[in-house]
Write a protein that binds this ligand. Sequence first.
Ligand SMILES: Nc1ncnc2c1ncn2[C@@H]1O[C@H](COP(=O)(O)OP(=O)(O)OP(=O)(O)O)[C@@H](O)[C@H]1O
Length: 642
Amino acid sequence: MQPNEGYQYDSGPPNNGGQGHQIPAGSRLNQYLANNNRQAMLTGPSFGPGTPINVNAPVFIPKHQQPQPPPPPPPAQMVNQFAQLSIHDVPVQMIPFGQINAGPPPYGPVPHMNHRPPPHHQPPPSLQPPPPHLQQAAYDRYQQENRGGTTYFYQEPTDGPPDEEHYHDADVGDGCMMVVTSGSFGYNAPLPMTHMARFRGKANANQQTQFISPELRMELLNRQLAFDTKPDPSMYQDVPQAVEHFSSLVPLENTSLQNQSQTTYKAFSCRDGIYYCLRRIHGNRIQHPGKQTHLVEQWKKLVHGNVVPLREVLINCRAFDDSSLVFAYDYYPLAETLMTKHFDSKCGTNFYDPANGFRINSPMSANLQLSGSGANETLIWSYIIQIAAALRAIHASGLACRALDLNKIIVYGNKIMISFCGIQDVLDPDSTPIQQQQNEDLNMFGNVVVALATGRANAWRKDLYQNSKKIIEDNFSIDLRNVIGFLHNNGSRRTINEIMPMIGGRFFTVMENMQAKSDVLEGELSREMENGRLFRLLSKMNTVLERVENGVDDGWSETGDRFMLKLFRDYVFHQVTDQGKPWLDLAHIIQCLNKLDCGSPEKIEMVSRNGDTQIIVDYSTLKRCLDKSFRELIGTNIILHR
Ligand SMILES: Nc1ncnc2c1ncn2[C@@H]1O[C@H](COP(=O)(O)OP(=O)(O)OP(=O)(O)O)[C@@H](O)[C@H]1O
């Protein structure tokens, strides 16, 4: 290796029994180091060998220089601290569905990495595919049980993870990996399910301050799982593989019922790689596209936080063996309707797997329960404010919702959104004046509030209304009664803006709550943003380090800039104390990586494992080494998948 600008090295120290290389007193190097950071030398801890070098982390001690016999294990405190910061390191036992079930293979494209290990690179024994008899044994370990129409595959209890990582059965959902429901629902969840269940372990203080909060993480993981669900094609023979540019259709409701006129699916768009919510209108042929769909463009332009955006309309679509009308909306994973949330939950026919947050409706939920717990007044006001905001935007765009009921309002996190807008305008182009249609929206809005307040989905019906009024008078504030009275007052001309004075100060409460949530999320985002940056840096480093060959250059990883990076890797991750104990400190790792990322002028001392080479180098040089090596890689024979 040639000396390079920005770093120096000497020819390597003699092996002096773990004392490291002594920098000669009076040498220019010693003076340089002494002048540079005198203060740190006086106060900083000396972990390194021999002369206390002015670096802000212990010097890497080559293995053969460590004192013999091998030191006792590091103090529990240090190890624990590091372990607490790591993701659970318990080996996760995952057996692909294809190996536990003689049925169809796992669905969806299995990512194929095309990884070709070099000839001398043997996978560790644990990664070798198990012999057939062991595969059978793996299959045998899975028990099958039918509970309430849902078939669970679960693993017989084994020795389990180490004590400190023990999860209660409820946490891992009986090791449940695969959920098949009777009838038409059979979702094959991807393998990460098992490890996601493990994330449910209690977070400790360190995790809470340094990483995303466990509740939010679980919520996001659950949503991710919903994105990843794939349908079982053998059970969904009537669901097409593709609908124009949409593929991987997953029913979001029971599609096997008789006489359904509309059904909903999650689908993946090959155009932009995003999931959408498709609403199919069965057997609907559009005779005059221009006339019937002229309001679609206006709906597509409507952008509001409480309205699910309409993205596309497919007319006369043949994918379902008829002429269907398909509306594509943004997809919100695990969103549920107000009907499901407040009226369905007690009937017990919805399936919810607490281990992975996987939620589907079972076929039994077809018989909707019309009574439920409803909602309390605070929640109802929050809904009123959000629905009013949505209607205000819709009406201001010269449109009317025309279909507003408990099934058309979805709950996503702590916000609610009006879904499936625009369908009515295409199905039933109406010549009624828009004010009248908007007035009708207010009536339907009133119905929703009455239903939520009374806990009966049809409480607004004429024959039940007197009784409903009585319940509301007995249990809710006069302000809420006034709002309902205003929304149901057909006698006068009304606009949605008139509801504002009735909402009054409650508006600020809802706004403050949302602001608080957004602050929390922003805080989480800023932490994760830093993690993402360091992850990219680590990925870059690891693609370069220990690469067996780069094109024709066999010694690529051991020479030049890569040699520097290897020493740096040891400096960052493989530090030991002067007693030879592993020195584990996440703060050190993060600090080093941050300095590398920004190319700090600060210098560090790196020592090769055999102790022959000692290098003083600044981070900016290391950054150049990394960038240059990575450029060399992508400039030669690497195929980049973006
Ligand atoms: N934009 C969306 N993103 C994700 N899920 C959605 C979206 N819009 C609706 N859903 C979900 O689609 C499912 C279909 O709705 P649901 O089955 O309640 O309606 P429906 O029974 O078809 O209503 P209706 O009785 O009016 O026909 C619901 O679980 C709902 O949460």
